[in-house]
Design a protein around this ligand. Structure first.
Ligand SMILES: NC(=O)c1ccc[n+]([C@@H]2O[C@H](COP(=O)([O-])OP(=O)(O)OC[C@H]3O[C@@H](n4cnc5c(N)ncnc54)[C@H](OP(=O)(O)O)[C@@H]3O)[C@@H](O)[C@H]2O)c1
Length: 212
């Protein structure tokens, strides 16, 4: 199964490529600059060019699944949040439908479930994430939305706390979010679910299991 990672040279993206390299998945790393190709190859993935504000559709050729872990980041303006986190994400859903790529795992964020109650300076970002999540949910794709809380670069623990309804918890290492992506790709029971992720003590594979 070929997994295209959008945002492959980002902080979660790189960790995800490392983890996919230890599995039977073939990884494609979608980046917006050829300068990043070597970094993608070093992580065992095939690099492809794709810019969410421009052309990226051909980068998804041959993929069976897409992981969206791109983001405009906090150092840009809300214009980029709209164009990348919201509109870029929506366009990837359209391309998956056009190309018959069924499986999609979205990295969203806690707070997207209810942006009105999120930290006020972040609300436009949470609205963008929520709108992209809703568009994905309304699509025909086999989708899973992961909503991690604030990310850290601490080493992964292999354990997390999850919640299938809006919740609260401790900051989470990016490596554990990457592990949750792999666990979701491995398990179709996660399709159709929005899973909040926090630091915690439950093995990742167990934590992404929907409640009975
Ligand atoms: N930071 C947090 O605490 C937090 C919390 C919850 C959820 N999240 C979400 O988690 C995800 C991953 O976070 P992260 O820390 O790994 O982010 P990151 O390190 O900033 O990586 C984001 C990646 O997106 C890429 N990107 C930006 N604009 C693009 C475009 N137009 N076309 C293609 N790629 C583009 C960037 O490419 P370049 O390398 O070219 O810049 C970068 O590699 C994001 O969706 C973020 O919103 C973050």
């Amino acid at each position: 199964m070929t997994v295209a990672v959008i945002g492959a040279n980002g902080s979660i993206g790189r960790l995800l490529l490392d983890q996919l390299d230890d599995t039977d998945y073939e990884a494609v790393g979608v980046v917006r600059s050829a300068d990043q190709f070597d970094a993608i190859r070093e992580r065992g993935a095939g690099p492809r060019l794709g810019d969410l504000e421009g052309e990226f559709a051909s980068a998804l050729d041959g993929a069976d699944a897409v992981v969206f872990t791109a983001g405009a980041g906090g150092a840009t303006g809300w214009d980029k949040t709209l164009m990348v986190d919201l509109w870029g994400a929506r366009r990837t859903v359209d391309v998956c439908e056009e190309k018959g790529i069924d499986r999609y795992v979205m990295i969203s964020a806690t707070g997207a479930a209810d942006p009105d109650t999120g930290w006020e300076p972040l609300r436009p970002y949470l609205v963008a994430k929520r709108a992209a999540d809703d568009y994905l949910q309304d699509s025909d794709l086999d989708e899973t939305v992961l909503r991690p809380t604030t990310l850290t670069d601490e080493p992964g623990t292999g354990t997390v706390e999850s919640a299938f309804d809006p919740s609260d918890g401790d900051d989470i290492p990016r490596a554990d979010v990457a592990a949750a992506v792999v666990a979701c790709l491995d398990d179709d029971a996660t399709i159709g679910h929005r899973i909040e992720l926090y630091a915690g003590d439950t093995p990742v594979v167990e934590a992404v299991q929907p409640p009975p």
